[in-house]
Write a protein that binds this ligand. Structure first.
Ligand code: GLN
Length: 489
């Protein structure tokens, strides 16, 4: 078995049947991290206890004990997610020395299933960004061409998987941060229905939008990871009391009669020609597979970005208030110049620890929530959000899934959007609707641009319809049969 290119399901099977040891699997990935990370900067922290954990697993298997569906599978975790005993920074100086005393529920579930946490991945600071350029620990690079961004905010997770440093990773998606980097790096990424995966231990950015999910090389692997991290959690009152199906075992590749909607707002003039071509290729495959395609209209889609940037920044300004240098987070050094008052104490600590993008969002969100402006901004945005949700729910009465692009263009060059926030925010025009409405969305590798950069296809479904996304994804994956790897592998 080629360990670094093997799928998660192949690895777990080989480890369980002792064709390969969990230790060998972990060591191979640690070696790849050592080789690639200095250039690609996918990881902020490497879990040096991983080898020992793999050894313990091998001993269990040798004794004939149950090893779990993810036996020996290395999983990389976005640094936005708490891991007990392993530094968790959210890519911010604010949390530079935070070692959580507990793990997120999803991390505990992964470990119970036999996975080994291989490390913590780079990201945009507090998950705010689309390129992993706002990390306080340096930018990450795209393994297909290191002059390009890997996308964001879960860029490090995408780089880890695409670059063979981990067969699976977990990202978080508040406005597209799993799907967009998956698309830019040529892997599979799914944002589950809001509430599917517990947010307990996931550092909050915008609580009504945040959702964690898998990033993998295959659709089957994404289904396996998701079914192992989903479910109701008493520690998260917004987690959903919904049955978690065995998606990986119910993959149905017959799309006969499946109603696929093509929202015309997702194909407007801003969609780049190379991306359009890839999406049209996917449409042809679905048509040939017996799906029924219809054009539909979701006019409020054009409001998604402005609504998102009001709701997300408002929630962020509230969530990030806790980092004050007293209860949580970085505290400035006051030994030489003491603070005059509490306000100065906060200002200096927060001013030194938060990056430019985080500050911009706190200011914007505070403004949108302040009295006198609340009605005009936050409240209006919430009302439009509700209408947007109604529009999508209505669409899923006529269609089973929607198909469209993830972004207007493939990955862009490092630095080319980092000085223009609005240009950067426009990356999210096709992804934020899923977060605002709570529906699931998946990005599937769809092809390549002329410059060799990957392009993803997005499939959206109704609430809790993840099975349909996996089914359509598996059909595209099989028909396209893209077998290229970046040359770091
Ligand atoms: N790019 C979006 C933003 O900057 C989405 C981030 C995310 O999903 N975490 O907010």
């Amino acid at each position: 078995m080629q360990i670094l290119t093997a799928s998660l399901s192949e690895i777990a099977q080989a480890v369980r049947s002792r064709k390969v040891s969990a230790r060998e699997v972990v060591l191979a990935h640690l070696a790849q991290i050592e080789k690639c990370n200095p250039r690609l900067n996918a990881f902020i922290t490497i879990n040096h206890a991983a080898e020992k954990q793999a050894l313990e697993l091998d001993e269990r298997i040798a004794k004939g004990l149950e090893a779990g569906p993810l036996a020996g599978v290395p999983v990389a975790i976005k640094d936005q997610i708490c891991t007990r005993g392993i530094k968790t920074t959210a890519a911010s100086k604010m949390l530079h020395n935070f070692i959580p005393p507990y793990s997120a529920t999803l991390v505990e579930k992964l470990e119970q299933a036999g996975a080994v946490i291989i490390g913590k991945t780079n990201q945009d600071e507090f998950a705010m960004g689309s390129s992993t350029e706002t990390s306080a620990y340096g930018l990450a690079r795209n393994p297909w061409n290191s002059d390009y961004v890997p996308g964001g905010s879960s860029g490090g997770s995408a780089v880890a998987v695409a670059g063979g440093m981990s067969p699976a990773a977990i990202g978080t998606d508040t406005g597209g941060s799993i799907r967009q980097p998956a698309s830019f790096c040529g892997i599979v990424g799914i944002k589950p229905t809001y509430g599917r995966v517990s947010r307990y231990g996931v550092i909050a950015f915008a609580s009504s939008l945040d959702q964690a999910g898998p990033m993998t090389r295959t659709v089957l692997d994404a289904a396996i990871v998701l079914e192992n991290i989903s479910g109701l959690d008493a520690k998260d009152s917004t987690s959903a009391n919904q049955h978690v199906p065995a998606w990986s075992r119910s993959l149905n590749k017959s799309l006969k009669g499946l109603r696929v909607g093509l929202p015309k707002e997702y194909f407007a003039t801003e969609l780049g020609s190379e991306t359009r071509k890839v999406i049209e290729g996917a449409i042809d495959i679905l048509r040939l597979s017996g799906a029924e395609l219809t054009e539909i209209s979701l006019p409020l889609t054009q409001m998604a970005v402005p609504v998102y940037y009001l709701v997300a920044t408002s929630e962020a300004s509230s969530n990030l208030a806790r980092y004050d240098g007293v209860r949580y987070g970085y505290r400035a050094n006051f030994s030489e110049m003491p603070a005059e008052d509490l306000a100065e104490f906060y200002c200096r600590s927060r001013g030194e620890a938060f990056g430019v993008e985080v500050k911009r969002r706190i200011i914007l969100g505070t403004y949108a929530l302040s009295s006198g402006y609340y009605e005009d901004y936050y409240k209006k945005a919430s009302q439009v959000r509700r209408l947007l949700r109604d529009q999508y729910v209505e669409a899923f009465k006529k269609c089973d899934v929607l198909l469209g692009p993830v972004t207007t263009t493939p990955a862009f060059k490092i630095g080319c959007k980092s000085t223009d926030p609005v240009e950067m925010y426009l990356n999210d025009i096709y992804t934020t609707s899923a977060n605002l409405t709570g529906i699931p969305g998946i990005s599937i590798p769809g092809g390549f641009a002329a410059n060799g950069m990957p392009i993803g296809v997005q499939i959206l479904g109704g609430h809790f319809q993840e099975q349909l996304l996996f089914n359509v994804g598996a059909v595209l994956e099989e028909a396209l049969s893209l077998k290229e790897f970046p040359n770091v592998l």
